[in-house]
Write a protein that binds this ligand. Structure first.
Ligand code: DON
Length: 579
């Protein structure tokens, strides 16, 4: 959402973006030195969460154990980003088989949800309802996804994995200055709901301040039940009962049946090959993997290194490729269990070539409609040789890797804490297209493919991604920032593969973002004015302001076996290795 105004008809504009607030709260600029280790490395958006993950690795746990410990801790210390009232996507590489699997724990529209549920009697969309309050939430999928990962791949007990998160919820953690400012900023939203006020306010009018110890006893009790009974508690047990009670008493529509019927979906990853690296990412209902691979395919036809890092010519090529992909996102992407998504066409080299050939090399054009990937939709012959949001990445000593992105959507989701569970309910219903062409919180538009239907999953941009080289582990990466997740993850990958930067520098570098609508090329603050002027001359409408995404990545040097990690200074956090 743009909070600034496009001040004049001038095409260089300065914007402030609400969502970027959180990306600027951490004042400590990271150095460009990556973390490293020989026995594993974890990167996440919070120091305590990364440490929880590394500790589990140290105690003999694998990457899946570490991911679980990290993500539960993030729920406690970064409750505005993600939690068990939301959804998440896992991409996992299993060292033993080399197989890469994805877990779709995305929220689902409740059974009584319907296409026009956010339109008023005159048919006008009411975005406030899909954004704040009890009707904004989809049926949460995070616990189900974690349970699947736990039962199938974990090596440690749930109690051990969740212990640090339970301790931090029960005994509290110290609020950072940037977090305190964010709580205050969101106080008008949080103050509307009885239980949210109880959790986030220290007295009637003040949210928790820097240096305060934020204790979440209710959440600790819920975590203890999950540590004991797992998903059963959340979907059928005491937690489910309290969620349903709160829903009934407050005009919500998520029922006991909605919770009981929720299932994770195990999906084939989106697969691409970029300059000899194998890319595995999240398939629909995320748009992340499809467009990541689509943009990489377009870029592969150019000598990116020769175009020049941080040059106007490079940013021009990159922006045009992004714009083409986002035009297709608005048309074709949605929940594949409800609509046909032309994934093969969108991720084919042939379609990318067609899109690339249409990109003018020296000036910007405006794309007036999406392309036609359907012509490229034939199944390729099988190759017998090949078989608010937060992101964390981990590699362990055995070569297991996890890329995990979790979300309750915007800061503190719907703003509602679900009674005495201590859980923030997501506002993921806003990721649906509530009416054709009506922009959502992130300015994204969509059509029928992403219209609301009972049981359908809203389109996402999250793209947890795992990259291998010759089948061996290379990188795990992903991020937060709505649509900027796709473009941020993309640029981190390019910075490593094409510009040969270390993984910390790769996530810290200035970035750009274009999402077709609005017609604006977003720039990080620290991109040179000369570059902005040159791009403006080429016809781009430049929006200068922080590019609100936070990227976390880990990788391994295949020759030495040393593992490296980088955490985006925009979202703070930490990458840490196990020596
Ligand atoms: O799934 C999605 O694409 C969004 N709900 C992600 C939201 C997000 O990244 C908020 N971030 N800063």
């Amino acid at each position: 959402m743009l909070t600034g105004r496009f001040h004049s008809s001038s095409t260089i504009i300065f914007v402030s973006i609400l969502i970027t607030f959180i990306y600027n709260i951490h004042s400590d600029a990271a150095s460009n030195k990556p973390a490293w280790g020989r026995n594993g490395v974890v990167s996440s958006a919070h120091v305590l969460a990364t440490e929880a993950g590394v500790n589990i690795l140290e105690e003999g746990g694998n990457a899946i154990d570490a991911a679980l410990a990290t993500i539960y801790m993030l729920n406690v210390v970064e409750g505005y980003s993600a939690g068990i009232g939301g959804g998440e996507f896992w991409v996992i590489r299993i060292a033993e088989t080399g197989e890469v699997v994805t877990i779709d724990g995305r929220e689902e529209a409740p059974a009584t949800a319907f296409r026009d549920m956010y339109l008023d009697s005159l048919g006008t969309p009411n975005g406030a309802l899909s954004y704040t309050g009890i009707l904004a939430g989809g049926v949460p999928g995070s616990v189900a996804a974690r349970e699947y990962a736990f039962k199938k791949y974990a090596s440690q007990s749930r109690k051990k994995i969740m212990k640090s998160a339970i301790d931090a919820a029960e005994n509290g953690f110290m609020v950072e200055p940037g977090q305190a400012a964010y709580y205050e900023y969101l106080a008008p939203k949080l103050g509307q709901f009885e239980y949210s006020k109880k959790v986030m306010f220290k007295d009637d009018s003040t949210t928790w301040q820097a240096g305060d110890i934020l204790v979440q006893k209710d959440l600790a009790e819920t975590f203890k039940r999950i540590a004991k009974d797992g998903g059963d508690d959340f979907y059928h047990g005491k937690t489910a009962e309290e969620i349903v009670r709160y829903m009934k008493e407050n005009g919500g529509i998520i029922t006991a049946e909605d919770l009981a019927n929720y299932q994770v979906k195990i999906r084939e990853p989106i697969y691409g090959n970029y300059r000899g690296y194998e890319i595995y990412s999240m398939p629909p209902p995320s748009s992340g993997g499809v467009h990541l691979v689509q943009i990489l395919n377009i870029l592969e036809g150019w000598d990116v290194q020769q175009l020049g890092r941080n040059s106007a010519r490079w940013f021009h090529h990159l922006a045009e490729a992004m714009e083409a992909a986002f035009a297709d996102r608005a048309e074709y992407l949605g929940d594949p269990d409800y609509v046909i998504v032309p994934v093969t066409g969108l991720t084919s080299k042939g379609y990318a070539e067609q899109l690339r050939n249409a990109i003018p090399r020296y000036w910007s054009r405006r794309i007036d409609k999406p392309g036609n990937p359907v012509d490229f939709e034939t199944i390729p012959p099988e190759n017998p040789e090949s078989g608010h949001t937060t992101h964390m990445s981990v590699i362990d000593r055995w070569g297991n890797m996890v890329a995990l992105t979790a979300t309750i959507n915007t800061g503190f989701g719907s703003g509602v804490v679900l009674g005495s569970t201590g859980i923030f309910l997501n506002n993921e219903m806003d990721d649906f297209s509530i009416a054709p062409g009506t922009p959502n919180y992130f300015g994204l538009i969509g059509k029928e493919a992403n219209a609301i239907e009972a049981g359908k999953r809203p389109l996402s941009s999250m793209c947890p991604t795992i990259i291998t080289k010759d089948g061996k582990p290379f990188m795990s990466v992903g991020g937060s920032g709505g649509p900027k997740i796709i473009t941020g993850t993309l640029q981190a990958i390019i910075n490593v593969i094409d510009f040969e930067l270390n993984v910390q520098k790769a996530v810290s570098e200035p970035r750009i973002h274009h999402q077709w609508v609005p017609d604006a090329l977003y720039f990080d603050q620290d991109i040179s004015p000369d570059c902005a002027i040159e791009l403006n001359r080429m016809g781009h409408k430049i929006a200068i302001g922080a590019v609100g995404s936070g990227i976390q990545a880990v990788m391994i040097d295949q020759e030495t076996g040393i593992m490296y990690g980088g955490a985006d200074p925009r979202s703070g956090g930490l990458a840490k290795g196990l020596p």
